[in-house]
Design a protein around this ligand. Structure first.
Ligand code: NAD
Length: 295
């Protein structure tokens, strides 16, 4: 059976590694936090206490880290994943990072005889637990094929977006659009309520009219309209404002570098940065409705 190393056992990585275990793989796991490693070891994973130990025997290495700098440091910095991994290993980075970092790290990896893809995910912690993530892959067709069975143990839909970095670009486009949709939906619902409409009735009308969109169908930001979503639970859980601000920052960098016009993306970025500065960073991103209502 394929030997897998899994590095980065946070909110997303831990349940993803647990799903590998459930489908019969026995990954070797590593995180800078020993307690995260212990938790996975209790479920049957092989614990490692260094990057070198984690990747030494691995045919495939999966990484799930917070941001660009962590990925660059892990692969190229002091720990030097690329120095310790086995020749020919397939490296799959699932973190959401800058496309240019993904391209740079993959370039170094391929130069040293590895295969590498970027495979950021959509679907959040709930999707990671349920094994229903969407993977958006950048890399060669051959590496995509090689990764496919492993990604299917953690996700349901696997897309090949293009060359290295393309997965990150597509993911960032998606999250910029999501932030714009969530802000627009929050504005429309707040204006309706300020004019004496019932948010439940208005949501039904919008869902079935030309303003309908994913945030209304699956993630209504107005408390009391939908059950089982963060707005029904004081905006706890879900996708953190901190992470949305990070992704919008990546989107704005990408827009600047490609001279793309993103006026709505810029506005959404400013709104989310102000929302974070007002203390909402650790709440779900649908809480933007609260800042809009205050204004
Ligand atoms: P997290 O902060 O919960 O987990 C990151 C883990 O990486 C932590 O356990 C941390 O200790 C570990 N880590 C950091 N540097 C390390 C290193 N050098 N070596 C080993 N381990 C290291 O973050 P998360 O919520 O799991 O998110 C991970 C990535 O997934 C991010 O890029 C995020 O943008 C993306 N993402 C998150 C969500 C979500 O809903 N949380 C959804 C989609 C995508």
């Amino acid at each position: 059976m394929t030997n897998i190393a899994f590095i980065g056992l946070g909110n997303m990585g831990a349940p993803m590694a647990a799903n590998l275990l459930q489908t019969g793989y026995r990954p070797t796991v590593y995180d800078i936090l020993p307690e995260a490693v212990e938790k996975l070891a209790d479920q049957g994973a092989r614990p490692a206490s260094t990057v070198a130990e984690a990747v030494a025997e691995a045919d495939v290495v999966v990484t799930m880290l917070p941001a660009s700098e962590h990925v660059r440091d892990l692969y190229l910095g002091e720990g030097q994943l690329l120095r310790h991994a086995r020749q020919g290993a397939l490296l799959i980075d699932c973190s959401t990072i800058a496309p240019k970092t993904a391209i740079y790290v993959a370039g170094e990896a391929i130069r040293l005889g590895f295969e590498m893809i970027d495979a950021p995910v959509s679907g959040g912690v709930a999707g990671a637990i349920a094994g229903t993530l969407t993977f958006i892959v950048g890399g060669s067709a051959a590496s995509f094929e090689r990764a496919d069975p492993i990604l299917h143990t953690m996700g349901r839909k696997i897309f090949h977006a293009g060359h290295n970095g393309a997965g990150q670009t597509a993911k960032i486009c998606n999250n910029m659009l999501l932030a714009i949709q969530m802000t627009g939906t929050s504005e429309a619902l707040s204006m309706g309520v300020a004019n004496n409409l019932d948010p439940k009735v208005l949501s039904e009308i919008l869902k079935n009219s030309s303003g309908g969109n994913w945030t209304l169908n699956a993630y209504n930001p107005y408390p009391g309209v939908m059950e089982g979503v963060p707005s029904a639970n004081q905006y706890e859980g879900g996708f953190l404002v901190d992470l949305m601000v990070k992704d919008l920052g990546l989107a704005m960098d990408t827009a600047k570098e490609s001279c793309s016009s993103t006026p709505l993306g810029m506005l959404a970025t400013e709104l989310y940065r102000n929302h974070k500065a007002a203390g909402w960073g650790r709440k779900d991103f649908s809480s933007i409705l609260k800042t809009i209502q205050e204004k």
